[in-house]
Design a protein. Structure first.
Lengths: 193, 101
C-alpha cells in the first residue's frame, strides 16, 4: 500500500464523515464544522493532485473566509431554534433516499466506463507560474468578468444590508415618512389554508 | 495500486449526491446553503481530477472560477438570509411560503 492511497483513504473517509455531519447534525454549528472538515480534506486531495495553488485558495477562501461568514451568520440568527421533524411532503425522507441512491448508482455506473482508471503520466504541477500564465493568457476575459461579478455581489450585499424599508408618501404632513415595511405580525394560520 | 482520477471522481459524485440529499431534506436555509457549497466543492474536485489526468492546467482554472463565483454567491445569499430573518424572524424555508398561490 503506497502513501498516496493511504492518504486518499484517510481523507476520503474524513470528507464523507464531514458530509454526513453536515446533512444530519441538528445544530447548525456542527453542520458548519462538518463542511469545514470536508473542505480541508478537499485541500489535501488538491495537494495530492499537484494543484498546490488551488489547495491554498481552498483553505484561505473556503475554509477561511466563507466558513467564517457562515459561522457569523449562524451566530447572528441563533442556533437554538431546532428544526421540527415533521415533514410537509409525505415520505420525504424515503423519496430522498431512493432518489439519492439511484443517482449515486447511476453516476457510478455511467462514470465507470468514462473515468480514467490508470495513470496517464501527463500531470502538470499547478504552480502559481503555470496558473498565472493561463489566467492572464487565454482566460483573460473570464478573469475580467469576475471583477464585474464581484463588484455586483459586493454592491448587492451592501444594498441588502442597508435596506430599511420603502419611503412612502403619507398624506397629511408634507414630508416623506419612512415607513418600515415589516408586516404586522400576521396571525399564525393553524395549518394549511 | 495507484490512486487515479476515477477514484476522486467517484468520491466527488458521492459528495455531490449527499449535498443534493441534504438540500432536499433540511429545512434550515443556512444548512441548505451549506449543502450547495458542498455540491460546488465536489464539482471542483472533479475539475481538478480531470485536469490532472489530462495533463491540462485548465481544470484548476475552472476550479478557481467556481471558487470566485461561489464566494460572490455566498455574499449575496447570506445577506438575503439575514434580511429575511430580520423581517420574518425565521430561517426555516417551510415558514417562508408567502409566494404560494
Amino acid at each position: 500500500m503506497n502513501a498516496e492511497l493511504f492518504v486518499f483513504i484517510i481523507f476520503a473517509v474524513a470528507a464523507l464523515a464531514g458530509a454526513v455531519a453536515l446533512v444530519t447534525a441538528r445544530n447548525p454549528v456542527y453542520s458548519a464544522m462538518g463542511l469545514l472538515l470536508t473542505m480541508l480534506s478537499m485541500a489535501v486531495f488538491y495537494v495530492l493532485m499537484d494543484a498546490h495553488f488551488v489547495a491554498v485558495v481552498q483553505v484561505i477562501i473556503y475554509a477561511g473566509a466563507v466558513m467564517t461568514l457562515f459561522l457569523f451568520v449562524i451566530m447572528l440568527i441563533g442556533v437554538d431554534r431546532s428544526e421540527d421533524n415533521e415533514e410537509k411532503i409525505p415520505f420525504q425522507r424515503q423519496i430522498v433516499a431512493i432518489l439519492g441512491g439511484g443517482l449515486i448508482l447511476l453516476l457510478l455506473v455511467a462514470g465507470h466506463g468514462a473515468w480514467v482508471v490508470r495513470d496517464t503520466g501527463l500531470a502538470k504541477v499547478g504552480t502559481i507560474e503555470e496558473i498565472s500564465d493561463a489566467l492572464f493568457g487565454s482566460w483573460m476575459l473570464p478573469f475580467e468578468a469576475t471583477i464585474l461579478l464581484l463588484t455586483i455581489a459586493a454592491v448587492g450585499s451592501v444594498a441588502l444590508a442597508r435596506y430599511e424599508g420603502i419611503v412612502r408618501q403619507v398624506p397629511g404632513p408634507a414630508s416623506a415618512v419612512r415607513v418600515p415595511d415589516v408586516e404586522p405580525a400576521e396571525p399564525e394560520a393553524g395549518g394549511e389554508r | 495500486m495507484t490512486v487515479t482520477a476515477g477514484w476522486y471522481m467517484a468520491l466527488a459524485a458521492v459528495l455531490f449526491v449527499m449535498g443534493g440529499a441534504g438540500l432536499l431534506l433540511r429545512k434550515n436555509a443556512l444548512i441548505m446553503f451549506m449543502c450547495i457549497e458542498l455540491m460546488l466543492n465536489s464539482v471542483n474536485l472533479t475539475f481538478v481530477a480531470a485536469g490532472h489526468a489530462l495533463g491540462s492546467i485548465d481544470g484548476q482554472l475552472a476550479a478557481l472560477f467556481v471558487v470566485v463565483v461561489a464566494a460572490a454567491e455566498v455574499t449575496v445569499g447570506l445577506a438575503i438570509i439575514v434580511m429575511v430573518f430580520r423581517k420574518r424572524s425565521t430561517a426555516s424555508v417551510d415558514e417562508l411560503s408567502g409566494m404560494k398561490g
